[in-house]
Design a protein around this ligand. Structure first.
Ligand SMILES: *[C@@H]1O[C@H](CO)[C@@H](O)[C@H](O)[C@H]1NC(C)=O
Length: 378
């Protein structure tokens, strides 16, 4: 399982300085997330001790759906639906009873604060108590919460009447830490971004593929601190994506470099950013303000490997991927370097699960010796 298949190996300069246009929230919100890949659904939010307040900007003049779901699907879920018609905002607290139109809750616990349509589309601002004590609502917790969203170009006919189905494209899910990051650390004014992307990779029609791309951050010229990693885009087949760097001197020709880089794709390699699929949360994450993950150190971080694992069980043929990571970094070094501890079971040929087990637990151990080697010398 841990063997990997590297199909294309190219030495690619990373794309510096890209940015996407987003509508600005009306109020100040510390957190924001682009919920779909096309920038059609922007979420801004702000938790306090008792409530979470949201503002959504959605590219539609029809209805907008927003919800919290334990499994990322429409059922079960705590949902609000809103739209603006003839200058009036309609907004209801609902829940789903299946994969069909959500029904209106008996207890209306989400409160509309503002609704308007502008050039971008529809804006709704609403708030809800963290805990409502209504069985049809889901309590906001410190864990990653699955946000679900939908929208439609048309308004429903009546407030309680049937809503046109959003269709397969105009909905989705994203995992977000709504509560845990109660304040965003200040970040430096001199931050810039760099994109490390899969470059429209054509995913081969096989069940599982590990694709690697090798990048250089040589253009940075010196050590910088990453302050915020972000999964730039996600495509449906993506299972995990991981950025490694290694301890090579970056000399010699590219092929030599790449083969050595691949040979070193072992525990000696330093994981810089790991992301698993959309089911785990990927933002917003900021390093604490006195800590940064080192990138671009000329002597040891010269080679970066972006490894993407695709699951393609039905062997689709026309899948193109340009997902990857956006790194926000600063040349102003922070007090401490961040490190990453990877723990888990190594899966190999000695790893045997007896047949007919319904449930089987593996245990892995980190010895003190080993941990000490990886830790800072004190
Ligand atoms: C928290 O936010 C809600 C909704 O905006 C507001 O009514 C409440 O007063 C806020 N509480 C505090 C302590 O700021």
């Amino acid at each position: 399982m841990h063997s990997f298949l590297c199909l294309t190996l190219l030495f690619i300069p990373a794309v510096f300085g890209a940015a996407y246009e987003r509508p600005k929230p009306i109020l100040e919100f510390p957190f924001s997330e682009n919920l779909d890949d096309d920038g059609n659904y922007q979420l801004y939010w702000k938790p306090n001790k008792t409530h979470v307040t949201f503002e959504v900007h959605v590219k539609t003049r029809g209805y907008v759906g927003f919800g919290i779901s334990p499994n990322g699907k429409m059922y079960p879920a705590d949902i609000v639906v809103g739209w603006i018609k003839d200058g009036k905002t309609y907004f209801t607290d609902r829940h789903s009873k299946g994969h069909s139109e959500p029904v209106i809750d008996r207890s209306q616990d989400w409160t509309l604060l503002h609704g308007e349509e502008n050039e971008f589309g529809t804006i709704l601002r609403f708030t809800r108590k963290i805990e409502t004590c209504d069985d049809d609502d889901i309590t906001f917790s410190d864990e990653a919460m699955r946000i679900i969203y939908s929208y439609h170009p048309d308004d429903p006919e009546t407030e309680t009447g049937s809503m046109p189905w959003h269709g397969v494209k105009r909905h989705g899910t994203k995992s977000i830490y709504l509560m845990s990051a109660n304040s965003v650390p200040e970040i430096e004014d001199d931050v810039r971004t760099v994109d490390i992307l899969n470059g429209n990779y054509h995913i081969p029609p096989v069940k599982t593929v590990y694709h690697c791309r090798v990048f250089s951050l040589d253009a940075l010229g010196k050590k910088h601190h990453m302050v915020k990693p972000l999964l730039n885009q996600r495509m449906p087949l993506m299972s995990t994506i991981c950025l490694y760097t290694n301890v090579l001197q970056c000399t010699g020709n590219t092929w030599e470099l790449i083969t050595t880089a691949m040979k070193y794709k072992t525990p000696q390699n330093r994981v810089v950013i790991p992301f698993s699929d959309g089911k785990s949360a990927h933002g917003p994450f900021y390093f604490p303000k006195n800590i940064g993950m080192p990138i671009g150190e000329p002597d040891d971080d010269a080679v970066y490997i972006l490894e993407t694992h695709y699951d393609n069980p039905t062997e689709l043929t026309d899948m193109i991927d340009n997902s990857g990571m956006r790194i926000t970094y600063t040349p102003t070094l922070r007090q401490y370097d961040a490190g990453l501890l990877t723990i888990g079971m190594k899966v190999g040929s000695h790893h045997i699960i007896p047949p007919f087990e319904e449930d089987f637990i593996n245990e892995g151990f980190c010895t003190e010796d080993c941990l000490r080697q990886g830790g800072p010398s004190t």
